[in-house]
Design a protein around this ligand. Structure first.
Ligand code: SF4
Length: 225
């Protein structure tokens, strides 16, 4: 089973340097209070795999890649054979993941089924459960360590809602990434205010993150600040 919830037929922004289609996968093994994809997280499959493959066949030569987002695409073991089919058509694949399903991420990387990964770093270890409602920082860390040791192109990013994370938390994450030898850029994404109901009914931030207090131990890029 593959829980494809919806398809966005074109994006020039989601997959760095590539024109892509975006597939939204239903379900998630986290419950971040600021998540505004409630429909997707609690949603069920809406689109058949064959329908997506038929659509992609018609986009050969027009799109460079396909982006898997959600929800959490790695909840589905069938993402592996599905990715093989997409790669056989000549598309590159981007995966957005929260990193909890190490085995699926590893298999995708080792089989060269993924070309770019955007890995969330939700919170430092002691706040991981508060932010994600999942206690397995250990599982997340396994994925992070694996990706740092691999050759796959990937970015690490954190969504900032200052009711949940402050400057010290971010600096702790930076210290962890630096110690582990992460060589890429670290993206800090400011919470995007929305009218949509969030999973934790969290509402707007009471204050913005003070970016001047963020460590420069590794290159940091601020999005939506
Ligand atoms: S923001 Fe959190 S709950 Fe929402 S899809 Fe991403 S990992 Fe899942």
């Amino acid at each position: 089973m593959l829980g494809i919830y919806s398809i966005q037929k074109f994006s020039s922004l989601d997959f760095p340097g590539r024109l892509c289609a975006i597939l939204w996968f239903s379900g998630c093994n986290m419950r971040c209070p600021y998540c505004y994809n409630k429909d997707v997280v609690f949603g069920e499959k809406q689109i058949e795999e064959d329908e997506v493959l038929e659509f992609l066949k018609k986009r050969i030569g027009l799109l460079d890649g396909v982006s898997f987002t959600g929800g959490e695409a790695t909840l589905y073991k069938n993402i592996i054979p599905f990715s093989r089919k997409i790669k056989e058509m000549g598309f590159e694949i981007k995966l957005d993941t929260n990193g909890l399903n190490f085995d699926v991420v590893r298999e995708m990387v080792e089989e060269n089924l993924v070309d770019y990964i955007a890995l969330d770093f939700k919170a430092p270890p002691e706040k991981f459960e508060t932010v994600t409602k999942n206690k397995h920082f250990d599982k997340y860390e396994k994925t992070l360590d694996f990706l740092i040791s691999s050759d796959v192109e990937f970015e690490v990013r954190t969504t900032i809602h200052t009711d949940l994370l402050d400057e010290n938390d971010i600096n702790e994450i930076i210290k962890i990434l630096h110690t582990k030898g992460y060589k890429g850029k670290y993206y800090l994404q400011n919470y995007f205010e929305t009218d949509k109901e969030t999973l934790g009914n969290i509402g707007p931030q009471k204050r913005k993150l003070d970016t001047s207090k963020i460590s420069d131990l590794i290159p940091v890029e601020f999005r939506n600040f």
